[in-house]
Design a protein around this ligand. Structure first.
Ligand SMILES: N=CN[C@@H](CCC(=O)O)C(=O)O
Ligand SMILES: [Zn+2]
Length: 426
């Protein structure tokens, strides 16, 4: 057989195992790593895996010499607020003065200030801005992304955000999963009338379904935002309409969103910084993936992080995400989150790689096409400027990618010697 491309001389090839369920507890500790490996690609799919020695007998149109470097599946980012208008750098000062995140929101800032900017922005402006962020994510090794709405809080702007995600899906050769997060905050005009606002967002579900604008719905279950009861109502309505459900749960106060996610069979429960022991227990007995966002805890300046060790040791499935958004975590770089997971969540390198590949793919229903590299899988492949998988979480805050491929197509490549334009003069 003649293959299209062959990557040889791979120092370590990360091969997370595909299974019908996300990896739970103990099983997260196992990561298959093939040393001195090679991988071939045909028609955008993985067509052969073997040793560099065996690769000498393999015929391919093109060859890439990985020169002993690390190769992994494309990363999966299962929680982002990708499409939004504006930025919130002016909130930095408030944060430094110790004004809490929920207090900024209560004063009409925070999420609500991004709502204003998103309402003002045209569809094209939102598309251009989101494209910039998508390209930065790709350059950092992410080839599958979940994107939430939630900065419209009215029919027009929520649909506008979802259409932009749709357009990104059509124009970028990556996997994009769309989530409707209408109940992300209560707009000023509905203060004291939260149920009516929630009803208006629930009414939108039919339109979103008809226009196929989202696969999942999400809600921010938090003090001063939506109660547990309201969250249950919205999630049940979403399930009834055929959406998968997600929840921003127990981020700041332990309202019981974690337990609710487990009870309703949510695809994921996200944040979980304040999740109770009972919540962790129920989650570990369910198929709901815990999506942890340590970059947010860091960015909000908090000391207490989600209890990843308890979650994994109790048998839960854990995934990691950037939570990329203009307020509580302003980074597109999932590699940085891997470092936070090591330093702050005390996750092992094996758990971390499973959390940004197979488990992240399960959290957004993309486990059939993303997160692993088995024969027949889309060739979403990253060649890293590192020789082993421990190195990426260890060396933090920079971009380690050398080549990023989606379905065998190179989307990003760092060419040797062309990164800097150093002056040659004396
Ligand atoms: N916590 C709620 N929503 C986002 C933050 C959105 C924002 O601050 O703009 C989050 O997941 O962190
Ligand atoms: Zn979020």
């Amino acid at each position: 057989m003649n293959h299209d491309k062959l990557i040889t001389n791979i120092g370590q090839l990360i091969l997370p195992k595909r299974s019908s369920q996300a990896l739970k507890g103990e099983t997260m500790k196992h990561l298959t790593v093939k040393e001195d490996a090679a991988i071939a690609i045909s028609d955008g799919k993985v067509s052969w895996i073997g040793s560099s020695q065996e690769a000498q007998q393999i015929h391919a149109e093109g060859r890439i010499d990985a020169r002993g470097l690390l190769v992994s599946p494309g990363l999966v980012d299962p929680h982002t607020h990708l499409v939004h208008g504006g930025s919130r750098e002016k909130e930095m000062t408030l944060k430094q003065q110790g004004v809490p995140y929920l207090e900024i929101l209560k004063q009409g800032g925070g999420i609500l200030s991004t709502v204003e900017a998103t309402r003002q922005a045209s569809e094209d402006e939102l598309y251009q801005k989101a494209s910039f962020h998508v390209e930065r994510m790709i350059s950092h090794g992410t080839t599958t992304i979940e994107a939430k709405s939630g900065y419209g809080l009215n029919t027009d702007t929520e649909l506008k955000q979802l259409r932009v995600t749709q357009l990104l899906k059509e124009t970028y050769p990556i996997n994009l999963v769309s989530t409707f997060l209408g109940p992300h905050a209560v707009p000023q005009s509905f203060k004291g009338n939260e149920d009516a606002f929630l009803d208006s967002m629930t009414l939108l579900l039919d339109t979103i379904k008809e226009q196929d604008l989202a696969e999942y719905t999400d809600i921010f279950c938090e003090t001063g935002v939506f109660t547990l009861e309201q969250s249950r109502r919205f999630m049940e309505a979403s399930l009834e309409k055929g959406f998968g459900v997600k929840i921003h749960a127990d981020e700041i106060d332990p309202l019981g969103g974690t337990e609710l996610a487990a009870e309703l069979g949510a695809a994921s429960a996200d944040h979980l910084v304040a999740a109770s022991d009972e919540g962790i227990k129920q989650l570990s007995e369910s198929d709901t993936v815990a999506v942890l966002l340590p970059g947010t805890t860091f960015y909000l300046g908090k000391e207490t992080y989600a209890r990843a060790r308890n979650l994994i040791d109790s048998g839960a499935s854990v995934a990691l995400a950037t939570d990329f958004n203009p307020g509580s975590c302003v980074t597109e770089n999932l590699q940085l989150i891997m470092s936070f997971a090591a330093l702050k969540l005390k996750m092992t390198p094996e758990e971390i790689w499973n959390a940004v590949t197979v488990n992240a793919a399960h959290a957004i229903g993309k486990d059939d096409v993303a997160g692993s590299l088995e024969i027949g899988d889309p060739a979403d492949i990253v060649v890293w400027e590192a020789t082993n998988y421990h190195y990426i979480p260890y060396h933090y805050g920079v971009n380690h990618t050398r080549i990023v491929m989606k379905s065998g197509q190179i989307l990003w490549e760092r060419k040797e010697g062309n990164a800097l334009h150093l002056s040659q003069s004396n």
